[in-house]
Design a protein around this ligand. Structure first.
Ligand SMILES: [Mn+2]
Length: 501
């Protein structure tokens, strides 16, 4: 068969509103509003730069059925660019943007095929850009929001191609975080005769199976605090013997992340602020140069706990000021300005930051793809390479120049406090409570090695009956470990006191 490569994306959700940003400054709100469009532009650039032969989009192109004009225009522009360059586009609609729900779409350019809501999945030939056959592509669009029947029986591979790609917007194996639309089982997909199931719907990136490949690329841009981490699409390279290689391409314009800071051992808020700032900057420096929407979670226990309870707002404001000061003072290390593509050049906080971006260590002379990136040669079978981020210059993924319009900011959108008071173990051990009883037992056993071992043997009984686990436990000396019980008891007492038990 002819080797080929294609882009697999899903869940663009163009036109998504971002909520809960009332107290965010203008550059943050603007950055978020632009982020999904930036991601789409990057996808187009990536497809062209990487020589994709075609691109597939597995539903939820738009966030809502009413499809804002801007969203429609952006998608039309993106697909026109692809099709105009000979990169054919295949797409289906999902639960957010079912066919027939909403204003008429623009007429798609030649080279774009949107599958209908047919009884049987129709198929279209996908060719390489040199015209040689590559694969058959299949798909069924949602005709209404809630498609509750299994669509898989409606897909059947046709004669005449070596490689079959099925576009399906569905919840595989009952993912509880997403609506149970078009529910189906992984085993049905793997047994259906297709080489690649290009899924959409679940927003987390997942490779559910290899050979045949069953893949959720995740959404293109995180939309809320629960969608953390890099977002983007897959470049799928198929070699002459049918080997499949997936490369994740981070495309997001803004990255949602969270970081955890412990108050353990801290006496004053000044030190806590320092710790939070360090953590925020460290977290942001892992964001491929993206601006960051950050949740900071405070945890641990200690004397600061009592003072935090009614001062969360103040602490959050102080942290924001510190991070703001850093950005204005050019104090970032490892957080380059947003890259220099055409995203909102005319605004944001970028203007005052000119000249401070001195590049980024990760974007060295390795060239576009880095050592592990996609290449013209046949890739290895299977596996995923995340090595795409490294890039020089002003292109799609590069750090770009200092003109990046909304680069380099960190906005702490939420401070979550999960701390607990310091524990007074001696007082607790006197208490007439379950926690007190647990602590007293642990202390008694600390002075009684034989009793301790007997208790542990009883507790670990089921594990000790397994010869391999038993060897492991004994080789680690767990049965005679000093302090193990004390630590466990302290932890349990802490949980009981916080009401987690
Ligand atoms: Mn979706």
């Amino acid at each position: 068969m002819n080797p080929f490569r294609f882009i697999h994306a899903a869940d663009l959700h163009l036109g998504s509103p971002f909520k809960g940003l009332a107290d965010a400054p203008e550059h943050v709100r603007r950055g978020l509003a632009e982020a999904e469009y930036a991601a789409l532009r990057r996808l187009t650039e990536a497809a062209l730069e990487l020589g994709a032969d075609f691109a597939v989009f597995s539903g939820d192109l738009f966030d809502s059925a009413d499809r804002s004009l801007r969203a429609r225009a952006a998608l039309h522009r993106a697909w026109s660019r692809l099709a105009g360059a000979g990169v054919r586009v295949f797409a289906i609609h999902g639960n957010h943007d079912p066919l027939g729900g909403g204003p008429a779409m623009f007429e798609w350019p030649e080279g774009v095929h949107v599958f209908g809501a047919d009884d049987r999945a129709e198929h279209r030939p996908a060719c390489r850009r040199d015209g040689k056959p590559a694969a058959f592509v299949y798909g069924i669009s949602y005709d209404r929001r809630a498609v509750t029947e299994n669509l898989v029986p409606r897909y059947r591979p046709a004669e005449g191609a070596d490689f079959h790609i099925a576009l399906l917007h569905a919840n595989v194996d009952g993912d509880p975080d997403h609506d149970a639309y078009a529910p189906c089982r992984l085993s049905e997909l793997t047994g259906a005769g297709f080489q690649y199931w290009a899924l959409g719907h679940v927003h987390g990136r997942r490779v559910l199976h290899e050979y045949p490949h069953v893949v959720y690329p995740g959404n293109l841009q995180g939309r809320h605090p629960g969608e953390t981490g890099a977002k983007g699409c897959y470049l799928v390279e198929v070699d002459a013997s049918g080997g499949v290689r997936l490369t994740f391409l981070p495309l997001d314009g803004v990255r949602w992340l969270s970081c955890r800071v412990s108050i353990d051992g801290l006496e004053d808020e000044e030190r806590l602020l320092e710790r939070m700032e360090e953590c925020a900057v460290r977290t942001a420096s892992s964001a491929d140069g993206r601006p960051v929407m950050l949740e900071v979670v405070l945890e641990g226990r200690g004397p600061l706990h009592r003072r935090l309870e009614d001062r969360a707002d103040e602490l959050l404001a102080a942290l924001r000021d510190r991070l703001d000061g850093l950005a204005a003072g050019g104090g970032w290390s490892g957080v380059p300005a947003f890259d220099g593509d055409d995203v909102g050049r005319n605004g944001g906080s970028g203007g005052e930051r000119e000249g401070e971006s001195d590049g980024n260590g990760a974007r060295g002379a390795d060239g576009v793809f880095g050592a592990d990136g996609p290449s013209g040669a046949d890739g290895g079978r299977g596996g995923e390479s995340d090595g795409y981020g490294a890039r020089d210059g002003d292109g799609v993924f590069g750090a770009g120049g200092p003109s990046g319009a909304y680069g380099g900011w960190i906005w702490v959108h939420r401070l979550t406090i999960r701390t607990a008071p310091g524990l007074d173990l001696d007082r607790l051990a006197e208490e007439d409570s379950f926690a007190g009883e647990v602590l007293r037992l642990a202390r008694r056993l600390a002075a009684d090695p034989e009793g301790r071992e007997a208790l542990l043997r009883e507790a670990l009984g089921p594990m000790l009956r397994n010869p391999r686990l038993r060897r492991l436990i004994e080789s680690r000396g767990l049965l005679s470990a000093d302090g193990l019980l004390e630590r466990a008891a302290t932890r349990l007492a802490g949980m009981l006191e916080r009401g987690e038990g």
